[in-house]
Design a binder for this molecule. Structure first.
Ligand code: APR
Length: 237
């Protein structure tokens, strides 16, 4: 599909972590305790009901510590690709879990933030945070209590690293989207941007995404099967 060593950009979404036991956002009814994700993942929701929003993220953060939640063959295959491909591999994830890192992936762009980090609204510092956030939890940097928020990019907020991502997309020979439904922009628009700048584009997803027709090619199936098969194919060439 591309020359050996040509630059690759990969976008991952919740589907890559589904076989690790983490729920996707829009599958299985897409509800959390009766709330749509869009209702808990906004600055307005946090202002209105901080306890509800913290509980949503506390539960997700706690799940990362569940011994049953481990990187799956798809995360591991991408880490192998990063290590073995003789050119650049830029991994952009919409996921807030840490499974790419735990699979050994070294450079991961978390465009929607990270569950294992916390931001302080008093001093704006960010710190690693692995336990539940309680209403009076204190900031590790400035010790102010009750001003912590998840270091997550909510609907209506600016995703991280958009300049670096745009540059990588413009240079990519191949753009691959894995396990994402193509409903949330700007990530859902990356395929069109990469393609406009000359990249080949490939979708690897359980089913056709909302932006399937924007891709040159698609392979549909569980990430744990289709991603290792694709990586093996690419590295064997
Ligand atoms: N293998 C591959 N794909 C899968 C699997 C699997 N085992 N299981 C589910 N999928 C696919 C689904 O078919 C769906 O198309 O993964 C996709 C997951 O879509 P979403 O739940 O919408 O997740 P995502 O695209 O990552 O959501 C984007 O929306 O809620 C916000 O900020 C949040 O980052 C998130 C963003």
């Amino acid at each position: 599909m591309i020359a050996r060593g040509a630059p690759i950009v990969i976008l991952t979404g919740a589907g890559i972590s589904a076989e690790s036991g983490l729920q996707t956002f829009r599958g299985e009814g897409g509800l959390w305790e009766g709330h749509r994700v869009e209702e808990v993942a906004t600055p307005e929701a946090f202002a209105r009901n901080p306890e509800l929003v913290q509980r949503f993220y506390n539960m997700r953060r706690a799940k990362l510590g569940d011994p049953a939640v481990q990187p799956n063959p798809a995360h591991k295959a991408l880490a192998l690709l990063e290590a073995e491909w003789p050119g650049s591999v830029t991994l952009v994830t919409q996921n807030i879990d840490n499974l790419h890192e735990r699979a050994g992936h070294r450079a991961v762009i978390h465009m929607h933030g990270s569950l294992d980090r916390i931001r302080c609204l008093a001093c704006y510092s960010e710190n690693t945070w692995l336990v539940d956030v309680e209403p009076e939890s204190a900031c590790p940097s400035c010790t102010t209590s009750g001003r912590l928020r998840p270091a997550i990019v909510w609907f209506g907020e600016m995703p991280h690293a958009l300049d670096a991502i745009a540059e990588a997309l413009s240079e990519a020979a191949l753009f691959v989207a894995i396990g994402t439904s193509g409903n949330v922009y700007p990530a859902a628009g990356f395929v069109a941007a990469a393609r406009a700048d000359g990249a080949r584009t490939l979708e690897l997803n359980l089913e056709p995404s909302a932006v399937r027709t924007a891709f040159h090619e698609a392979r549909h199936g569980p990430a744990g099967d289709v991603v290792p098969a694709w990586v093996e194919e690419l590295l064997a060439r």
